[in-house]
Design a binder for this molecule. Structure first.
Ligand code: FAD
Length: 448
């Protein structure tokens, strides 16, 4: 049983050792790596999934558990829709073990501007046959009658979902193992072994694995890993704090955010709470280097990101984190098995207070657990899912920019197809790796 939201108290489920040979190595056991491995195994390939710490030990167990098409960048909508179809099939395959519920997502508006911004996204939904619509104040209050305050209406997608991440992703890993994928935890991949410039193996701390291809799904560590091989992506990560309350009377069974508080009903009767748009950036060498690339994003929400002077030791963008290392000695990945940032406790108290102000007739929410995660993001807030053309045999699936849990099953399927040389089934030009180096302007994802 996986503890909540993540704990190293239980022994690793997948102790290894890694095989000497596989068809494809998947680097990183978050939702993207797990789903890539599952799809590769289902396609009959020998997939090995290598995780430096624990399956879903980082972002993939720490997220809010929202699975939404609502508000997605237009290029992501069909992929998010595919992901939702997969979630439903996966839920059936696991006998409802993922906590998947189709309870809808509401973006609640508190001003005419909010209403207009949310409404502007609706044509994209309609273009793909998604039944999102605007709710009036009366309609949102009918759905969440205990709320007090200044709500004017909401953008609402009844088909959006929620699931329990710290249960779901390990359950999906078990599915991948049953399909034939080999999973190894506590095993860092130090780098790639290239022959004539193409992927011929991966070097792990437990030895070399001969492979025909590799997928980098390393979350917040991907850019550090890739730069060691000359592939540069302007990826940064930000600390986001979240919390779970003890069980409370139900005020709403879906997920909602009004810009002051985000809440999502959990299977155990509590709520996951957070504030959307509040994140903390630890300034390091990568942040310095990428500052200009991030200016369009930072100017869009100048107050949302709080800057912190430096990351704790060993973080991907730490000042002292090595950018180069030898393949026959410890790499930064095995030195820092699980990125486990401390939550911002002042923000935790603030979030509990905000929820209480919004729902004053409920018993005061009691904190069950607070945690934080480092969200990896790209300057345009959409992922990189592409071949690394400079290194044949290498596929990159990273930079999920805060929404990789929901969309993960589809990007996992796509990464698995790319590394097999198959057509991905969607237009991936928005997610190409070279968009940051070919002179394209930074096109920040539509933010509703
Ligand atoms: C607080 C919070 C709230 C969020 N809310 C939502 C939400 O509601 N809905 C949503 O869709 N998304 C949400 N997200 C984002 C979502 O969790 C991430 O986009 C998603 O989990 C990313 O998955 P991943 O597999 O790319 O990365 P991760 O889950 O970070 O996994 C990457 C893994 O790679 C491993 N790794 C890295 N380098 C190596 C190496 N060299 N060798 C071996 N292993 C390596 C790491 O240890 C890690 O386990 C949220 C994130 C956070 C932190």
């Amino acid at each position: 049983m996986t503890t909540f939201p993540f704990s190293t108290a239980t022994p690793p489920e997948w102790a290894g050792p890694p095989p000497a040979e596989a068809d494809v190595a998947v680097i990183g056991g978050g939702v993207i790596g797990v789903m890539t491995a599952l799809h590769l195994a289902q396609a009959g390939l020998r997939a090995v999934l290598i995780e430096k710490g624990r399956i879903a030990g980082e972002q993939s167990s720490r997220n809010w558990g929202w699975i939404r098409v609502q508000g997605r960048d237009p290029a992501e909508i069909p992929i998010a829709m595919e992901a939702q179809d997969q979630w439903q099939a996966l839920s059936r395959e696991t006998n409802d073990a993922l906590g998947l519920r189709q309870t809808g997502v509401a973006y609640i508006a508190r001003s005419e501007d909010d209403m207009a911004r949310h409404e502007a996204w609706l044509p994209h939904a309609r273009a793909h046959g998604v039944g999102s619509r605007m709710l009036s104040r009366a309609e949102i209050m009918e759905r969440i009658p205990d709320a007090r305050g200044d709500w004017m209406g909401a953008l609402w997608t009844a088909t959006d979902m929620r699931a329990e991440p710290w249960i779901a992703v390990p359950a999906l890993a078990r599915l991948a193992a049953r399909a034939g994928a080999q999973i190894v935890e506590n095993c860092a991949v130090r780098g790639l072994d290239l022959e004539a410039g193409r992927v011929a193996g991966v070097i792990t701390e437990a030895g070399r694995i001969k492979v025909g291809g590799a997928v980098v799904a390393g979350g917040a560590w991907s850019s550090l890993f890739l730069r060691r091989h000359g592939v540069s992506i302007p990826q940064l990560s930000v600390r986001c704090t979240a919390l779970a309350t003890e069980p409370l009377p139900e005020v709403f069974d879906g997920a909602a955010s009004d810009g002051t508080i985000a809440f999502r009903r959990r299977e155990d009767g509590g709520y996951n709470l957070a504030v959307s748009g509040f994140q903390e950036l630890f300034i390091g060498p990568d942040a310095f280097r990428a500052f200009r690339t991030y200016l369009p994003l930072l100017t869009q929400d100048p107050l949302g990101t709080k800057f912190r002077l430096s990351a704790p030791p060993g973080y991907p963008d730490g000042w002292r984190t090595p950018r180069r290392w030898a393949m026959d000695g410890p790499s930064p990945f095995e030195k820092h098995r699980i990125l486990d940032p401390q939550p911002n406790m002042a923000k935790v108290r603030d979030i509990l207070e905000r929820f209480h102000t919004r729902f004053p007739d409920l018993p005061k929410p009691k904190l069950k657990k607070a945690w934080a995660g480092m969200i990896d993001t790209m300057p345009d807030v959409v992922p990189v899912v592409d071949h690394a053309h400079a290194i044949p045999g290498l596929v990159v699936a990273t930079g999920m920019s805060g929404h990789g849990f929901g969309i993960g099953p589809a990007f996992g399927r796509i990464a698995a197809d790319l590394v097999q040389g198959k057509a991905p089934g969607h237009d991936l030009s928005r997610f190409r790796l070279q968009r940051f180096s070919d002179g394209s302007p930074i096109d920040v994802a539509l933010d509703v």
